[in-house]
Ligand binder design. Structure first.
Ligand code: CIR
Length: 255
């Protein structure tokens, strides 16, 4: 079964993107696009078939496609992003996913960003953040519980999304930023903490036994390597200025 990674191009106007925790600084679109292309190459190297969803030049944050859907083997949840400016991003993604999965839509007044959803085995951790509200979490629970998933809501403060603070780096092993998330709900998983110098170092993209990880956090990278985790490093600092990281730039699923 091919592993598909949906991506979307970097908008020419990304410099005017949503920002929550970062000061705005100029973004070099050419450099962001080059890094994004290298990221897509990394996805291919690690076995994904990369499919680009049609461009959305007026949706400034559309490169961060992860926020528009949560794809389970059984179905896809089309989100209702918490930022008003991002609501238009979902339609083309839903259309692209339709041949692969039955789509279920998050309904108003629920909001949900895919960056708040961490699926680890049969547990779905959902961040209650500035973007995802309790009604969104309730809707994901209604859809996922009958499929046998346990859905756990987690308060997120200090960072944009749950996956800014915790991601899975190997089966049963989580990489975690303890400043932003309480480790207690992850009892039962092995956890690796980011190095204290690597504030934004908890976002890693696992593909099977490999992990795409930014070059910007060498101390945490060394920690991961010491745990036997095989890293594929990518430069991701230009899109980091738009508050994006490595999980945000694709939607991955088996066809
Ligand atoms: C936003 O604020 O929505 C974008 N500038 C960044 C979204 C990053 N997405 C993610 O972490 N899943």
């Amino acid at each position: 079964m091919p592993r598909i990674a949906l991506t979307r191009e970097v908008s020419e106007s990304i410099a005017r993107c949503e920002l929550t925790h970062l000061e705005r600084e100029p973004i070099d679109v050419g450099r962001a696009r080059a890094q994004h292309a290298a990221y897509e190459s990394a996805l291919r190297t690690l076995g994904c078939r990369v499919e680009r969803v049609e461009p959305a030049p007026d949706d400034l944050d559309s490169v961060f496609i992860e926020d528009t859907a949560v794809v389970f083997p059984e179905l896809a949840i089309i989100t209702r992003p918490g930022a008003l400016s991002r609501r238009g991003e979902t339609a083309a993604v839903a259309q692209t996913l339709a041949p692969y999965r039955r789509n279920v839509n998050i309904q108003s007044p629920g909001t949900l960003d895919g960056g708040d959803v961490l699926v680890a085995s049969r547990t779905v951790f959902v961040g209650q953040s500035a973007r995802t509200n309790a009604r969104g979490i309730e809707q994901i629970r209604q859809v996922a519980s009958p499929l046998g998933y346990t859905v756990i809501g987690i308060r997120v403060t200090g960072c944009l999304h749950l996956k800014s603070a915790v991601t899975e780096v190997a089966e049963g092993t989580l990489l975690l930023q303890p400043r932003w998330v309480d480790p207690a709900p992850f009892d039962g998983f092995d956890t690796i903490e980011v190095d204290s110098d690597d504030l934004y170092g908890a976002n890693a993209l696992r593909i099977g036994s490999r992990v795409i990880y930014p070059t910007a956090f060498p101390k945490t990278a060394a920690r991961l390597a010491a745990h036997g985790i095989s890293l594929h490093l990518v430069e991701a600092d230009e899109l980091a200025k738009a508050e994006g990281a490595v999980t945000c730039c694709c939607l991955m699923f088996e066809a």
